[in-house]
Design a protein. Sequence first.
Length: 353
Amino acid sequence: MLEAYIYDGLRTPFGRHAGALSRVRPDDMLGSVIKAVVERSAFSAESIDDVNVGCGNQAGEDSRCVARHALLVAGLPIEVPGSVYQRNCGSGLNAIIGAAHAITCGEADVVVAGGVESMTRAPFVVGKSENAFGKDFKVFDSSLGARFPNPAIEKQFGGETMPETADNLARDYQLSRDDCDAFALASQQKYAAGHKDGFFAGELHPVTIKGSRGKPDIVVAVDEHPRPETNIDGLTKLRPLFEGGVTTAGNASGINDGAVAMIVASKDAGDKAGAKPIARILSSAVAGVPPRVMGYGPVPASKKALERAGLDIKDMDVIEINEAFAAQVLACLKGLGVDFKDSRVNPNGGAIA
């Protein structure tokens, strides 16, 4: 079987909700980073077989195959196709897995894979009435949560929001508010240290926003969401989102805008281009869990991926896990047998920062 390698990757800075990137369409934002990573890499635009993009929303300017729109914005050849993956929080990862699968199956040699999300520009969505000329329509904010929920699913599994599922995990795994706040603080501190040490410098692609009415252009070159001034006293003063819960605005991930693109290719394609790989993709896995604890999915998925690779969690030098909520991460780490203070865990911070 052929092997898939990661050769290069870039991302935009991640903007705050209604921050600097709020003026940039998601397809333009993704197009700029695709163009940049292809130009920086050793691979020609003509060698690209496909563009795989993860996008969790797809309700507004990122609808109708944002991958195809973005690759055209990037100036890639018309012959290059694009496809979009939707696995909610794992959409971008799924796009990378799809690229790896195509390469190991011999159906592609070079794939641009990544993701894009503009939570700021995500639109309100209005449903239509089931009746002719009816006015019984509903409006949903597509930035957050589900839209047009299925009554049958809600009846069987409930309709809890994502923060509520994090609180469910906190109760199930006896996680304290203090531990959640401590993890959130560590995420901010680790990001600040990584930023100071230049860890992110090689992966950031500045976004230029043209000035209006004679004003100078704006260059967004650093992440907007991190709060390096965060301290434990400030975190403990925040009210939980739900009574009796542990999840707060301080120990949860943010509402952000950003885009990522990387080059995934076979070893032969890399050798022909004279490129040096960063990493080899050994295995991947996905898993489903009860909706009331949706954030626990990384545990069974990671166990399956490790088993397929013939490895153990103890073999890992770095363990990266999405920080949707501190409670969710702590529950997952417990399930994987990893202490949340383990230095291998998100060594440069995570989504909370």
